[in-house]
Design a protein around this ligand. Sequence first.
Ligand code: NCD
Length: 299
Amino acid sequence: MTLTQLKQRSLLGLKELSQEEIESILDRAAYWENHETKVHHTLQGKFAANMFFENSTRTRFSFEVAEKRLGAEVLNFSAAVSSVQKGESVYDTVRTLESMGIDVGIIRLKPIGVLAELATKIKVPLINAGDGNNEHPTQALLDMYTMRKHFGQLKGLTVSIVGDVLHSRVARSNLWALQKFGVKVNFCSPPNMQASELDVSYVSMDEALKSDVVMMLRVQLERHESGMLSSAESYREHYGLTVERASKLAKHAIIMHPAPINRNVEIDDELVEHPQSRIFPQMENGVPIRMAVVERALS
Ligand code: NCD
C-alpha cells in the first residue's frame, strides 16, 4: 500500500478531511446504527489495538464495542499497566504492537504533535482518540451525527460551544468540521479559557442560549495551570448551564456535552437527562461512528 492510501485510511483529525469524506463516515454510521444484528463478521481476522496513553472511559469502551461489533480481535493497552511506566517511549510501544501484527491502532496521547510524527513512521492506519488539546475527531463526528439526526441537516445551524475552550480538543475538532458544513460556530468562555489562535467569535452566555445547539465543555482541571479556576460556584454562576438558563433555550434547541461531566459546575445535575439533552444519545452514537471509522481504516 502507498503512503497516500495509508494516510487516507488513518484518521488524525477533521481539519484536513473534506466535507464529502466526513459525510460518508456519517452515512456509514447511520447504516450501522440501523443494522439490527449486533455482531458482524466484517473485520473477522483483523486485529485492532486500543492504545491509551491518557485516561478514558467512553472513548476507549466505545472503540472496543465498535471493534467487537465488527468482529475484530481487540487488544487493549493502557499506559498505567505497561512498560511506559518503565520509561518506554510512545514510538517503541506502538512499534512493538505493530511488529506483532496489529492491523489498526487507536491512540490517545497527552502531548500534541507526537501522533502526527508517529503516523509518518508507523505503517498501519492510526486513528486519533484524542491528542492533547489539538483534535478529537471521533468525538466531533459523533457530535455532528447527533446534530444531524436531530435537525435533519447541519447547514444553517448555530452551535455555541461553552466553557474551557483553551484545553479542549473537542471544541477544535467541532469548530473545524462544522464550519465546512455551513454551521455558524460561536465560543463562549471565561477570558482565561479562550483560545486566541482560533478564528471564531466569542459571545456572551445570553447570546449562546439563543443557539440551536449549546455544547457545554468540561472544566479540564487536569490541564490547568494553578489558579485558573477561582471556584466551582463562581464558574457555575457565570458560565454554567443552570436550570434557570436552560429555561431560556428555544424548544427545538438541544444540549450537548462530551462528558465526563462536572455536575453542578458546567451543567446542573437536573439537565443531564433533561428531554432537550442529548448527552447519553451522544454516547450511544459514538459506537456506530467508531464502527464506520474503524471499518474505513481497514477496508
Ligand atoms: C473529552 C476528551 O477526552 O477530550 N471526553 C471524551 O472523549 N468523551 C472531553 C473531556 O475530557 O472533557
